[in-house]
Design a protein around this ligand. Structure first.
Ligand code: NAD
Length: 438
């Protein structure tokens, strides 16, 4: 099939590369000419394991990139994979996506004008971006406004994406489920045909949920809200355990044996971050309020998450006054395996330390450059041992494997106070060690 993917970020590039890999003829579109140039050279502008290999193999034959929308009229399917950031109040900013939808409509209208004998084929435009259910109508309106009443038959569908940054290619190629939000059998059939080679390649039985466009997007939000809330529930229970002097991991390991609950996402600690959970939970809370419902449980999910860095700093206060002292922050990325610092728990931890007058020294194996832009005044060490050297305290924010191997390195600290937010430090003897929930 001929596919156009508009927006070539984490989701769009992964989608374009994986669809080309299963045999489709793909045009990737982006307004950023550097992104387009990189794709045409067979490499991604973002870091995702396996993505460059796919691009190197398919760029120039089954995959090409452009800043123009002129492949849209001939495409069997056009995807919109544009960012949907938060506004200041947490609500979703549909501006970039509706702009792209309008340009897609204009491209269809132009084609229609230039070929009056057009047979009136239907066009399918599929929203891959995460948008709230009320946002679906806004994107559809923008698409139709772009088409400007031209005799273009265009249908909007949604197909939310569940991949995780850091394993985007693997997740796209091995989905737990596919969700098709369509308004006609024709659109559902076209999405089935599009995904058929991918499903054949993995040979597994992937559940396909067929529903309407708004419900499909609600499934995406409910999915992320459930995961974020599971983490906050583990943290809330973990904080209670800590008050009682009980190890939350011993408790939750046992709780996870109940197959109605499951063992995943029960590791308590300093909380979730990144570009999806915080943004998506905020967006659905704001949309719920707008519709007249107060989402009490999701408000609590966010409140518990926001409180974890402060609890970590409180444990530090119990053991040390860090004013004028060197304090190491180990881990700056929002999770291991990525250089992404968006909504990283390291940010409120560093801010809290600075408010206490500490001299912060940060270390991360890959995210230092990004954090330096956010906190240029912080010192950054080349290694975890270098960050610990002479420090009066260390706060562990990201569970990079290498932190588990730290041992004698703690002996170089001025005072061996270690507050662990991820239960990654193995050495305990000779340290004033506090686990956040254990
Ligand atoms: P991103 O910011 O990485 O990429 C968006 C791209 O769109 C950018 O390259 C930008 O230059 C381009 N763009 C903006 N306006 C454009 C226009 N008018 N025409 C063409 N290109 C344009 O975003 P992302 O992380 O890929 O996320 C895209 C959507 O997918 C969001 O709604 C997000 O919530 C959702 N999502 C993201 C993930 C993830 O892990 N990143 C996972 C699932 C769903």
């Amino acid at each position: 099939m001929r596919v156009t993917v508009i927006g070539s970020g984490y989701v769009g590039t992964t989608l374009a590369a994986c669809l080309a890999d299963v045999g489709h003829d793909v045009t990737a579109v982006d307004i950023d000419s550097d992104v387009v140039a990189a794709l045409n050279e067979g490499r991604a502008a973002i870091h995702e394991p396996g993505l460059d290999d796919l691009l190197a193999e398919h760029a120039g034959n089954r995959l090409r990139a452009t800043t123009e929308y002129d492949s849209v009229p001939d495409a069997d399917v056009t995807f919109l994979a544009i960012g949907t950031p938060s506004r200041g109040d947490g609500s979703i900013d549909l501006g970039p996506l509706t702009a792209a939808a309008e340009m897609t409509g204009e491209a269809l209208a132009e084609e229609n004008d230039s070929s009056p004998a057009d047979t009136g084929d239907r066009h399918l435009v599929v929203v891959k971006s995460t948008i709230t259910p009320p946002g679906v109508a806004e994107v559809r309106d923008a698409l139709l406004t772009g088409a400007g009443g031209a005799a273009v038959r265009v249908e909007l569908a949604t197909n939310p994406e569940f991949l995780r940054e850091g394993s985007a290619v693997h997740d796209f190629q091995h989905p737990d489920k596919l969700v098709f939000g369509t308004e006609s059998e024709w659109a559902t059939g076209r999405l089935e045909a599009l995904y058929e080679p991918l499903l054949s390649a993995i040979g597994g039985d992937v559940p396909v949920v067929r529903t309407d466009p708004e419900t499909a997007m609600m499934i995406k939000y409910a999915n992320n809200a459930a995961l974020a809330s599971k983490i906050s529930l583990a943290n809330d229970l973990g904080n209670i355990c800590k008050q009682f002097g009980i190890d939350a991991y011993e408790v939750m390991d046992a709780v996870g044996l109940d197959d109605r609950i499951g063992a995943k996402f029960l590791r308590s600690g300093v909380g979730y971050g990144g570009s999806c959970f915080p943004k998506d939970v905020d967006a659905i809370r704001a949309a719920a309020r707008e519709a007249g419902y107060e989402p009490a449980l999701l408000d609590a999910t966010v409140a518990v998450n926001d409180g974890q860095p402060e609890r970590m700093l409180g444990l530090l206060d119990d053991h040390a006054d860090v004013a004028g002292k060197r304090v190491a922050v180990l881990g700056l990325a929002f999770k291991p395996g990525t250089d992404d610092i968006r909504n990283s728990r390291a940010t409120p931890v560093i801010e809290g330390l600075q408010a206490r007058g500490a001299e912060v020294v940060g270390y991360d194996p890959v995210a230092t450059a990004n954090m330096r832009e956010r906190f240029p005044d912080v010192e950054y060490a080349e290694s975890a041992p270098a960050a610990l050297d002479g420090a009066s305290a260390a706060l562990v924010v990201t569970d990079w494997d290498e932190f588990a191997a730290l041992d004698d390195d703690f002996d170089a600290m001025a005072d061996p106070v270690v507050i662990d937010g991820r239960r990654i430090i193995e050495r305990r003897e000779g340290l004033v060690y506090e686990g956040l929930t254990w």
